[in-house]
Structure formats: structure tokens, C-alpha cells
Design a protein around this ligand. Structure first.
Ligand code: 15L
Length: 268
């Protein structure tokens, strides 16, 4: 059984993934925050990935890394710099030094958030980040490209939409990514024998998707869920969207300086 390190394991996405992947891989988990309810067989190591020593410690002896850890929304530069720029570099570099071959990175729809909603985009479009957070995800994607080309690392970049069991608003009808679809895509990223460098969209099979996710389908992804059954109910709410946010895929990230951080980082 492969040993898989999940960073950011205490967060929302990490919590879903632990549950969905239990029994399929030997899970090694890390986070800056404590881990609630560690399951049998799970190994947890507290780590601050903005420190190289910590990154080196947690990446030892694993077959694959699912790097979720970091600042997960638009916010102040200092937090993004430490977690998503320095921390992400440390993770790739520590993986290289420890000989970890497979690296899955949770990039985000916000790496391309300034594409208009009326445009369908695939994995080949030029980046269009919608904030400092989006730029930090593009930085991680660039690291993935470098470590794949220069060091032969097998890199799987997932531009994740919104991980949730159901869409919470009109925008999320296009980008919701259910936990079981997330687990399926992550498993492809871990197990597919022919990955060198791939970009895929981490979204369910949503009818209203603004992504051409053919690259994920080519690799065998068959999403089980489609948000369409929630469309009527959500659209009937007639929620007002900001006129700028309503134009772009990234929504509010295109016009605010910060959005509430679902999981504030503990003070050091
Ligand atoms: C993201 O990248 C965030 O991590 C997540 O919290 C959501 O805000 C999501 O994007 C989104 O666009 O809905």
C-alpha cells in the first residue's frame, strides 16, 4: 500500500480527503494546527512548512504528496507569502531532496479567476490570477513545471473549484467539487502510471461548468456528481452578485482584498 502524505490535513478539504481515502493508502498527515479525531492507522506530524526543516521531516519515506497546506483564500500578503510561496517552495524542494516521485498540488480556480464566465477554458489557457492568493497558486504551478522538467518529478496540478457536498450559490453551481469526486481525481493523481506534468480542473461533472476538463477525462476521471439538481433552488433565490464579481469566474476574489479565512492560522 502506498504511503501518501497529505499536508493541510486539518482543513476542510483535508478532512474530506482523509475520510474518502481511508483504507486505500497509508495516510501520513501534517498540519500547523492540531488534528481532530485521528483515525486508526493515520500518522500525524505537526509541521510549519514555511520552515525547510519541517518540510524535510514530513516528506521522508512517502510515495506521494498531496499538498493542500497553505493559506486558502484571498488575504494579507504576509500570510500568503509564508504559507503559499515559501511553504510551497519548501515542499517541492523537500520532496526532491527526499526522492519523492509523485507530487499532487492543490492549485485553485483562482489561478485563472479573471477569465470571463462566458468563456470556456481548458488546461492550456494562459494564467489569469484574480488576487495575491491566485498569484501564489500560479507560483506553485510554476514550481510544479520546473520540478517536473528539471528533476523528473511527476506532478499533478488540480485547479480546485469549491469542495463541498453541494453548491452553495450560483457561482458554485459551476465549480462545486464533491468529496467523492475529489477522492477519485486525487487517486488518479496518485496512481496513474503515466503522469509527468498534468493540469486538471478539480470540479464535479457540472452541467454549468466553465471548464473544458478533457485533460482529466483523458486520464480516466469520471465524475459522479453534477450540481444541476440544485440549480432551480439556487437560482430562485435571486441573489445579487457584485457587478464585477458576476462577470468573472473568480467571483468576489476579483474585487475584494480579503475574504473570510475559513480556518485562521494559529499564532506562532
Ligand atoms: C478557493 O480556492 C478556496 O480555497 C476555497 O475556500 C473557496 O473560496 C474556493 O476557492 C471558491 O472559489 O469557491
Amino acid at each position: 500500500m502506498k504511503t501518501v502524505l497529505i499536508t493541510g490535513a486539518s482543513g476542510d478539504v483535508g478532512t474530506h480527503l482523509r475520510r474518502e481515502l481511508a483504507g486505500r493508502y497509508k495516510l501520513k498527515l501534517s498540519d500547523l494546527r492540531p488534528l481532530a479525531d485521528k483515525a486508526k492507522g493515520e500518522v500525524f506530524a505537526k509541521a510549519d512548512i514555511s520552515r525547510m526543516a519541517d518540510a524535510l521531516r514530513i516528506t521522508k519515506g512517502v510515495d506521494a504528496i498531496v499538498h493542500l497546506g497553505g493559506y486558502s483564500v484571498e488575504g494579507p500578503w504576509e500570510g500568503i507569502l509564508q504559507a503559499n510561496i515559501i511553504g510551497c517552495y519548501n515542499m517541492f524542494e523537500a520532496a526532491r531532496r527526499n526522492g519523492v516521485k509523485r507530487f499532487l498540488f492543490a492549485t485553485s480556480n483562482h489561478a485563472v479567476g479573471f477569465y470571463p464566465r462566458k468563456q470556456k477554458i481548458d488546461h492550456r489557457v494562459y494564467i489569469k490570477p484574480d488576487g495575491r492568493y491566485g498569484v501564489s497558486k500560479v507560483f506553485g504551478e510554476a514550481l510544479g513545471s520546473l520540478y517536473s522538467d528539471k528533476y523528473g518529478m511527476e506532478v499533478f496540478l488540480m485547479r480546485i473549484g469549491n469542495v463541498n457536498a453541494r453548491p452553495i450559490d450560483k457561482r458554485r453551481l459551476s465549480i462545486v467539487f464533491t468529496p467523492r469526486d475529489l477522492a477519485q481525481l486525487v487517486s488518479i493523481g496518485i496512481d496513474h502510471p503515466k503522469i509527468r506534468f498534468e493540469i486538471v480542473y478539480g470540479v464535479s461533472g457540472n452541467k454549468r461548468s466553465w471548464y473544458d476538463n478533457s485533460n482529466a477525462y483523458r486520464l480516466g476521471y469520471e465524475p459522479q456528481d453534477d450540481s444541476e439538481s440544485y440549480a432551480k433552488e439556487i437560482l430562485e433565490r435571486n441573489e445579487k452578485e457584485h457587478p464585477v464579481g458576476a462577470l468573472y469566474q473568480g467571483g468576489a476574489f476579483t474585487h475584494v482584498e480579503s475574504v473570510p479565512n475559513p480556518a485562521p492560522l494559529p499564532k506562532k
